[in-house]
Design a protein around this ligand. Structure first.
Ligand code: ZN
Ligand code: ZN
Length: 190
């Protein structure tokens, strides 16, 4: 049983999620995200070394990066943890949408979050937005779909003002499911 107030996976404790910056990302942001994932979702998280910007996913006609091309590559060579979450300072899209804040494989193992549209003059707001999107994508990785509960992090946010209105946590039903599923994965890995 791991304590929820530990910021990072303890030495010797197996991380369940690798957090990877693709290209340059402020280290403070990476550490804040790791801390949130650990404390809110109870997932031991390890910050992995930065990797290059994924040029293979660049769409020159759209001047954006295709998130669906980045996800499978994340599973190849970025540490040993079950889940992979990448942070990138470039604008992301998927073929059917003009842009996405984050993209994940539902019930899968890889997710990517773009910081480029989340910036705000107040760094606290920026940090909150990034942490919220990351936790939302982690929820999808655990198999959770969108939630209609007001304020819940699994609610779909089309725009930033909707994102800013969310709490920094999940509703009780989503939180229960997240902790239950994390416990089940930990159990299977023993
Ligand atoms: Zn979503
Ligand atoms: Zn919920």
């Amino acid at each position: 049983m791991q304590s929820k107030d530990k910021i990072f996976a303890e030495p010797g404790q197996k991380a369940l999620l690798d957090l990877i910056a693709l290209g340059k990302v402020d280290k403070l942001i990476v550490d804040i995200v790791a801390g949130y994932i650990q404390s809110v979702a109870g997932i031991p998280t390890e910050v992995r070394p930065q990797k290059p910007v994924p040029d293979f996913a660049y769409l020159s006609a759209r001047k954006q990066y295709d998130a669906t091309k980045i996800l499978p590559r994340l599973l190849e060579d970025t540490g040993n943890a079950y889940f992979k979450l990448a942070l990138i300072n470039k604008d992301l899209c998927i073929p059917i949408m003009t842009h996405v804040y984050g993209e994940s494989q539902l019930g899968g193992r890889a997710a990517v979050v773009s910081l480029s549209r989340l910036l705000h003059a107040d760094p606290q707001v920026t940090f909150q937005r990034i942490a919220k999107i990351c936790l939302h994508e982690v929820g999808h990785l655990l198999g959770l779909e969108h939630c209609r509960e007001i304020g819940c992090l699994m609610r779909f946010s089309k725009q930033l003002d909707q994102l800013d209105e969310l709490f920094s946590g999940f509703c009780s039903a989503c939180e229960y499911e997240i902790l239950r599923r994390v416990a089940a994965i930990n159990q299977n890995m023993l």
